[in-house]
Design a protein around this ligand. Structure first.
Ligand SMILES: C[S@@+](CC[C@H](N)C(=O)[O-])C[C@H]1O[C@@H](n2cnc3c(N)ncnc32)[C@H](O)[C@@H]1O
Length: 205
């Protein structure tokens, strides 16, 4: 039985082309810069949470990473990413799941999330997400997290979001993570507007 959020996202990916959504990036440069700065081994286990059609996975394959999982609530978005990658899609472990119900089968070294976590508004779901990231990561595991900043939009894809600053990211993740680095960045949307993101790099305590 599909939940309301599943229906919302299936509808988005059924109706819109890749570059017709506000979050589209030809190359996810900021995420890639933060990931490269971590100097991960190419065998590192990586998961992209709420990846949608993001081209991060293409870039991670090009960098030589071999253990990549891609998760999204929308089956359609996963199918579109698989079609784009063609034969290379068999190198990826694809997961269709609501992050709130995700039961990982392995431990990861890197947890990447750009603009999925910020849809969580319920403090219990937010806290569960932080616990899940912690229990899913190996010792020394890292999170690269992109959310709307405190000056970013109130909504994304028509849904209300939680906006973050350095202090609130630190506070929300403090139970299990140390904030290593943070950076504001302006995302130019395909509609000639900009959205301020906060990128945070967190390390498991
Ligand atoms: C704004 S888009 C960002 C997509 C991608 N991370 C990027 O940067 O291009 C948000 C994505 O999160 C997914 N998503 C939203 N809520 C989710 C949830 N509860 N569990 C898993 N994925 C979710 C959506 O389907 C969508 O692909």
């Amino acid at each position: 039985m599909e939940n309301k959020m599943e229906l919302h996202w299936e509808n988005v990916y059924n109706k819109k082309n890749e570059n017709e959504v506000s979050w589209y990036q030809k190359v996810p440069n900021i995420s890639l810069e933060h990931i490269k700065s971590l100097n991960l081994n190419l065998n590192s286990k990586i998961i992209d949470i709420g990846a949608g059609e993001s081209r991060l996975v293409d870039n991670l394959l090009d960098l030589g990473f071999k253990n990549i999982d891609v998760l999204d609530i929308s089956k359609k978005s996963i199918e579109k990413a698989q079609n784009r990658l063609g034969l290379k899609s068999s190198m990826i472990n694809w997961i269709v799941s609501d992050i709130n119900d995700f039961k990982p089968k392995k431990k990861y070294d890197l947890w990447h999330d750009r603009a999925a976590f910020h849809f969580l508004k319920d403090p219990i779901q937010i806290s569960n997400y932080v616990d899940l990231a912690n229990s899913s990561l190996n010792n020394n595991g890292k999170i690269v997290l992109g959310t709307f900043s405190i000056d970013g939009p109130l909504k994304c894809s028509g849904l209300e979001v939680s906006r973050y600053n350095e202090k609130s990211v630190r506070d929300v993740f403090d139970k299990h993570f140390t904030l290593l680095n943070h950076q504001l960045s302006n995302h130019p949307t395909p509609f000639n507007t900009t959205q301020e993101f906060l990128f945070s790099v967190l390390s498991k305590k």
